[in-house]
Ligand binder design. Structure first.
Ligand SMILES: Nc1ncnc2c1ncn2[C@@H]1O[C@H](COP(=O)(O)OP(=O)(O)OP(=O)(O)O)[C@@H](O)[C@H]1O
Ligand SMILES: [Zn+2]
Length: 652
């Protein structure tokens, strides 16, 4: 069962590595995600494992139950008050002032010691994290006799932590609403009685009863009407009225009581899949993020070496011991790479959760940075611009031949096949076994010594043993939002192309109606792939497909978007983005990707710029200790706040 915990105390991506390693080493969770910018830890673990994980986290000072959190905050604030008293008193009576400053530093420095000791106790060699730097820097300040400033190091840090926690709480909201806990149990209707069963035990075909307010744990088909809040899935906040027979995906919230039949077990259902996808996306490192981590591996030691050098140089050049310690303490404080390491992940977690709530699952965050380079949008037709649902509007065929045709079609996933199988089902026609083949728009089948041949032109023509025996007229429906989406993309300057395996006339009619720039019909899956590959040589394109017969083409495109048919497919796909049912979010995706990209750039510029500025001025001896803390903690806060702006960007 997937559960989310929050560790708001988690500050630096570097510290997260320790805890991640510990949890993995002890085998406490499958699929562990630690999202540092929000402090969200999402794990797939059983109850026993969960208790152990919580214990581990609280030992590391990272997890607190709510009441502990309040106590903790009370202590921090008391420390800050003592600091203020000491600060005011030091002129009047230095010994009293210093005492207050020291006590406040002990109170607010203690958590640093605690975390440091924990790091040591688990045998982590890499103790060069924030905690050590703060302790060295602050203690160095005290040794140097800069009492006020040294106390400021500990207390400002504690203050920054309080502010940061509230920023994180805000950032958590989005991700939490998607990584929402799946209910543990459901009410199974068994022999006209209600039995509570674990959600994991539910099988396709089981009947379950929901009360109003329940979150649907698995994908179901309704047996009675219901009012459903699907905002977690589609971002659409208005409740939807569903009829018996409608599919309701897990994660939706029922506003009225109802009965339903299980369509898919837990692990194959929407919510579990979405959570898994998001977990994978958050834990997968983007190219930039790995680069940044390698960079900080050089950066931190470099600053540490500089600190030692500054200390030695200070002594050798005749400065007082205290001055030398003071200057090197400043450098120690800015050696902390937190804000640099947060630059990209904070934007990632804001973007991933915001987009998910707008109906876009991000599988590959690098694609957000590639999207602004795109000039052409390619659409697949069937199932992408059209709903993928088809209707038989006319049929001229005997029931005996219909049985042959429907039997052959039952082996295919194409919308035409679905329509024919459904048509035959209405007539209670029994299906038989067949051997089938597809060659472009011609389907052949061998069934009970008969040769069936179906050719899709304007009509679906049926030949049995070489004789024309009838036809079907099939109509497809355009997605309601398709014309609007395509127009809006054109307004933004994109060239629009339609690729389709369908007949020329059909594609042409549609292309005219939608006023697209180019269209190509009769394309095989390999043909679509070659087309995209060729086009990519000249310009970057975004390909939108249903992921069925266009998977190859999707893989060639600079950026790919899949709009899978939820009735037949669970969502795991190969595309960079996955839409959850409509094309609508496509309209704002490019500009959102643009803001994302510039947010990451600003974050990197900010944190790197401030570090470099402080580093150089402190080498010259111009930076006071508290300023180093403010610069370090303040930059991390700025980065978090800047990324938080990505969550407030509305979609429609
Ligand atoms: N099972 C089937 N029964 C009847 N006709 C089919 C079947 N499968 C495909 N066709 C027809 O064969 C042609 C090629 O099919 P293909 O799946 O490559 O493209 P498509 O899905 O219709 O279009 P697009 O490429 O836009 O998704 C189309 O005209 C389609 O209607
Ligand atoms: Zn298709």
């Amino acid at each position: 069962m997937r559960t989310t915990l929050t560790a708001t105390q988690l500050k630096c991506p570097k510290c997260a590595v320790h805890i991640e390693e510990e949890i993995k080493k002890k085998n406490l969770a499958r699929d562990l995600v630690i999202d540092v910018p929000t402090g969200i830890i999402s794990v797939e673990a059983d109850e026993e494992q969960l208790i152990q994980i919580k214990r581990l986290l609280s030992q590391a000072g990272l997890y607190h139950e709510e009441h502990e959190e309040r106590t903790e905050r009370f202590i921090t604030i008391s420390g800050l008050v003592l600091f203020a008293i000491g600060f005011a008193a030091i002129r009047l009576s230095p010994p009293v002032g210093i005492t207050f400053l020291v006590v406040s530093s002990i109170i607010n420095g203690y958590p640093r010691v605690h975390e440091l000791v924990h790091n040591l106790s688990v045998g982590v060699l890499d103790i060069f994290d924030e905690n050590l730097l703060m302790l060295l820097g602050g203690t160095g300040g005290f040794i140097a006799g800069a009492y006020v400033e040294a106390a400021m190091v500990f207390n400002l840090y504690a203050l920054a932590e309080i502010i940061e926690e509230s920023v994180k709480k805000k950032a958590q909201e989005g991700l939490r609403s998607i990584l929402t806990d799946i209910p543990d149990s459901a009410m199974l209707i068994k022999e006209q009685q209600l039995v509570a069963v674990e959600v994991e035990q539910l099988k396709a075909g089981d009947h379950i009863r929901f009360t109003a307010g329940d979150t649907v744990p698995v994908d179901v088909v309704l047996l009675s009407p219901a009012l459903v809040d699907e905002s977690v899935i589609t971002g659409e906040s208005a409740p939807v009225n569903h009829e018996p027979g409608d599919m309701v995906l897990s994660g939706s919230k029922l506003l009225t009581p109802c009965d339903a039949e299980v369509l898919r077990p837990l692990q194959e259902s929407n919510l579990a899949q979405v959570q898994k996808t998001i977990a994978q996306t958050l834990s997968r490192k983007s190219a930039f993020r790995s680069w940044m981590e390698r960079f900080t591996n050089v950066y931190s030691p470099l600053v540490l070496i500089s600190a030692v050098a500054v200390f030695l140089f200070g002594l050798l050049s005749g400065n007082a011991f205290s001055v030398a310690v003071y200057r090197s303490s400043v450098l120690l404080l800015i050696a902390c790479p937190c804000s640099l390491l947060l630059a990209s992940p904070s934007a990632v977690s804001a973007a991933v959760s915001t987009l998910a709530r707008q109906g876009v699952l991000v599988r590959n965050t690098d694609a957000l940075e590639k999207l602004p380079q795109v000039g052409t949008v390619i659409f697949d037709k069937t199932g992408t611009i059209t709903t993928g649902r088809m209707k038989i509007t006319e049929a001229q065929i005997s029931d005996e031949h219909l049985a042959l045709v429907a039997s052959v079609e039952s082996y295919f996933k194409h919308p035409v096949a679905d329509a024919i199988v459904a048509y035959a089902a209405e007539k209670n026609i029994v299906l038989k076994e067949a051997k089938v083949r597809q060659n472009g728009n011609v389907i052949t089948g061998e069934i009970e010594n008969h040769q069936v041949e179906l050719t899709m032109k304007d009509l679906l023509q049926v030949k049995v043993d070489g004789m024309d025996v009838g036809f079907f007229k099939v109509e497809e429906e355009l997605r309601d939002e398709a014309p609007w989406v395509i127009q809006r993309l054109k307004d933004q300057g994109y060239k629009i192309i339609i690729l389709s395996g369908d007949q020329h006339e059909k594609v042409e009619t549609l292309a005219r109606q939608l006023k697209v720039d180019e269209y190509y019909a009769n394309m095989t899956p390999e043909g679509k792939q070659a087309f995209v590959k060729e086009l990519e040589k000249r310009e970057h394109c975004l390909m939108v497909g249903d992921g069925l017969n266009d998977a190859l083409a999707l893989s060639e495109a600079h950026v790919s978007v899949a709009l899978p048919d939820r009735r037949i497919k669970t969502i795991v796909e190969t595309a960079d983005f996955i839409l959850s049912g409509t094309l609508t979010p496509l309209v704002n995706l490019p500009s959102y990707a643009q803001s994302y990209t510039s947010t990451v750039k600003t974050n990197v510029g900010l944190s790197l710029g401030i570090k470099v500025a402080i580093f150089t001025t402190s080498l010259l001896g111009y930076v006071a200790l508290p300023l180093a803390v403010v610069a370090d903690e303040g930059t991390a806060l700025l980065v978090l706040l800047n990324s938080l702006r990505l969550t407030s960007r509305a979609s429609h």
